[in-house]
Design a protein around this ligand. Structure first.
Ligand SMILES: [Zn+2]
Length: 113
């Protein structure tokens, strides 16, 4: 890829990134359907990881660097899938920070998780 093409790639990538961030934040924090969130969340998080890896490869990152970056992206994807939960009672999106370590209940509605 030429440097001109790479220069064009950045605004496209960041535009897509901002759009996905706004859409996912809106969906996760305003939608109260926990079952729907559980269905969509894994595909979304994996797609984001693939998009980020594809962008990194497209900008000319050496293959040996991709061998380090890909596992890091996989780890972040795994942690996003593992640490974000959805309350069945109120549909809240619960991050690790919004749940206490010992509490097994939703901080928004008090339902058991
Ligand atoms: Zn709740």
């Amino acid at each position: 890829m030429t440097s001109d093409n790479i220069a064009l790639l950045y605004p496209v990538f960041f535009g897509i990134w901002i759009l996905l961030t706004l859409l996912s934040a809106g969906f996760l924090f305003f939608n109260k359907n926990a079952a729907l969130k559980r269905r969509i969340w894994p595909a979304f998080v994996i797609s984001i990881g693939v998009l980020f890896l594809a962008f990194t490869a497209a900008r000319g990152t050496p293959p040996q660097s991709l061998l380090v970056i890909a596992p890091v992206i996989a780890l972040i994807t795994f942690l996003n899938l593992r640490l974000i939960k959805f309350c069945d009672s109120c549909g809240a999106t619960l991050t690790r920070q919004s749940r206490s370590a010992k509490s097994a209940s939703c901080p928004k509605c008090g339902a058991a998780l």
